[in-house]
Design a protein around this ligand. Sequence first.
Ligand SMILES: NC(=O)c1ccc[n+]([C@@H]2O[C@H](COP(=O)([O-])OP(=O)(O)OC[C@H]3O[C@@H](n4cnc5c(N)ncnc54)[C@H](O)[C@@H]3O)[C@@H](O)[C@H]2O)c1
Length: 261
Amino acid sequence: MNQPVDRPNAQRFVDKVILVTGAGSGIGRAAALAFAREGGRVVAADRNGQSAEAAVAAIRDGGGEASAVTVDVSRFEDCRAMVQHTLETYGALHIAFNNAGIPSPIGGQFEDVDIADWQRLIDTNLNGVFYAMKAEVPAMRACGGTAIVNTASVASHIAQPGMPAYVASKHAVAGLTRAAALDLIPHGIRVNAICPGLTRTGMLAEALATPEAEAQLGAQAPIGRVGEAEEAAAVALFLASDEASYMVGSLLVVDGGVMLL
Ligand SMILES: NC(=O)c1ccc[n+]([C@@H]2O[C@H](COP(=O)([O-])OP(=O)(O)OC[C@H]3O[C@@H](n4cnc5c(N)ncnc54)[C@H](O)[C@@H]3O)[C@@H](O)[C@H]2O)c1
């Protein structure tokens, strides 16, 4: 009970072309594999091209269809090339999961925030989502639309000490998701976001390095454990699927109850 489940028989994404950023690790990798298991043709995009290739290899090993592309989402030209790669490979773009992101440097209070760190984080976590969407939307409109899912965070709703740039970037992703949802729904594109809490991914690798540290972090959530990447990905798949056909501009929290406290 209350553990991640697999849905081996669900086939919600047959005939869909799906672009996932940050697909080389964590939530993005879990989503890329799950989209492919459910029949989607997946473009796995990541700044780390080798990790994107590894995700594609895992998808193909499972009998799925996928293609890798190297992208730095903080560069608009890269985002345009990523969409071009998608169109050249699969001839369409129906669903985009804009998920790539980076964490705050650990331990910095407001007055310690380095300007270069601020810029780097905003460039990836906020501008990267906007640039990806800007590149994706014309291609999606040409296919009649369907869905964009962005990765926001519990830090889109609440502040946390020592991470002003991250909190600002994720509040902004929430605002961008809602504003874009209004503008794009007339074109048949639903825009929503997932807001993960503490999730076992590359981003938390150091914080989860020992069983004691993991137990301590897990205890911060009412559910009593950290989340798995597959659990956040499952909510992204739901928002991307026709099951969420009436959801527009929603920010779905996947946090084991952290925000209730
Ligand atoms: N893990 C958590 O606890 C947590 C909580 C809330 C939100 N999130 C968000 O989830 C998203 C996914 O992170 P994750 O936890 O899976 O971490 P992760 O580090 O495992 O994966 C992030 C992936 O994004 C890629 N990436 C980073 N910058 C990029 C760029 N400029 N262009 C292209 N790819 C880039 C990385 O190479 C990596 O493969 C992020 O947006 C993160 O902010 C994570």
